[in-house]
Write a protein that binds this ligand. Sequence first.
Ligand SMILES: C[S@@+](CC[C@H](N)C(=O)[O-])C[C@H]1O[C@@H](n2cnc3c(N)ncnc32)[C@H](O)[C@@H]1O
Length: 272
Amino acid sequence: MEWCGGKGHLGRYLHACYGSRVDTLEIDSTLVREGEELARKLDYPQSLHECDVLAEPSAVWLKPETHLLGLHACGGLHVTMLEKGVDAGTCRISLSPCCYHLYGPEQYQPMSGSGRVTGLHLTREELRNAVRQTETAPARQRRQRAQMQSWRLGFDALQQQITGTGQYMPVPSLPTRLLKGSFEAFCRHCAELKGLSLAENLDFFRFEREGLALFRQRSREDLVRMLFRRPLEVWLALDRVLFLEENGYQCRLLQFCPPALTPRNLLLDAHR
Ligand SMILES: C[S@@+](CC[C@H](N)C(=O)[O-])C[C@H]1O[C@@H](n2cnc3c(N)ncnc32)[C@H](O)[C@@H]1O
């Protein structure tokens, strides 16, 4: 049983390797249809089911003989997977977790008894730190992201001076084509989106430099944050391991590929 399987690529791979019959659960009807088409073309015994795993009763899908699998099921989706797998007593559970901050409460609730007694309190925003990194993004994309952040910070410094609020002003997502123009044109675009009028004689060069300085400062702070990224992710994975062990499973925690392929490379593999 593949949990939140998208088009069910993992399920088809498992069938190719082990001859397994696979059921795939997925909420997105387009992915389900495309996955069914791929399985049909290959004549594989794979069924994709359109469903919301957070709503479906586990008993419908999970049996003690089920091997439950989740590749990059986000936060609450994989928490539910583990809870429902444990309730149904599935014989094996294999999970590669990701995006711990999604589909969950504002305040992280450790899954294991051992996790709860540590007294570690994590907000959703802090959980997000476990997956903040762009190792697989191409160099060009990383350069664009740096310029976008630097210019956004420059615009923010400018708007704070004009409005006198001293408050950060969120600007919606912006097309990368704006980066090909000038910083002034970028600011005028943002100002229009936010209903601000900008005078002709502003010192845009000064705010561009201020944005760059702020970006560099944030990047240095990120370096410190990044030191804690993997330990936090491993802590969260171990919380899941302990939850499974407290419920009668024997569990291994492995890395299944180099981080350059995907930084979300932890695998929990549990047997009853
Ligand atoms: C990160 S993707 C992983 C997909 C697949 N396992 C893979 O690695 O290619 C997470 C998937 O979960 C699906 N999803 C999100 N919420 C869901 C829900 N409530 N019930 C079922 N699937 C859901 C998304 O549509 C998406 O396909």
